[in-house]
Write a new protein. Structure first.
Length: 114
């Protein structure tokens, strides 16, 4: 893998981890602004409504259903996008689940695509 690709993949992982930390800290508005690509923010069900997004995550967290602990299992770079598979959990004691996400370079930062 070329050094540029390695560096880009390292940036994707760093941004992914940062976004998981925002969720864990309850910084849902910051997560919306920093971690979602523009078209992801525009997509249903939030339709560019930052407050609705934050309220939804806050409600999930209050009910003990917000997965905010993530460990990257694999990642792959494809040009200006990346595929990240991570194991998500609500609590360290639960089994959790794997989820694959697409991340894209937008305005110089990596963000989660819809």
């Amino acid at each position: 893998m070329p050094d540029d690709d390695r560096a880009a993949l390292a940036q994707v992982k760093e941004q992914f981890d940062f976004c998981a930390q925002l969720l864990a800290q309850g910084a849902y508005g910051d997560h919306y602004d920093t971690c979602l690509c523009k078209d992801a923010r525009k997509a249903a069900p939030f339709n560019n409504q930052r407050g609705a997004y934050a309220a939804s995550l806050k409600s999930k967290a209050a009910a003990g259903r917000l997965e905010n602990a993530a460990k990257i299992i694999s990642s792959k770079l494809n040009g200006a996008s990346a595929t990240v598979t991570a194991h998500w959990r609500v609590l360290p004691s639960e089994f959790g689940r794997n989820e694959t996400q697409t991340w894209r370079l937008e305005d110089g930062l990596w963000c989660r695509a819809p």
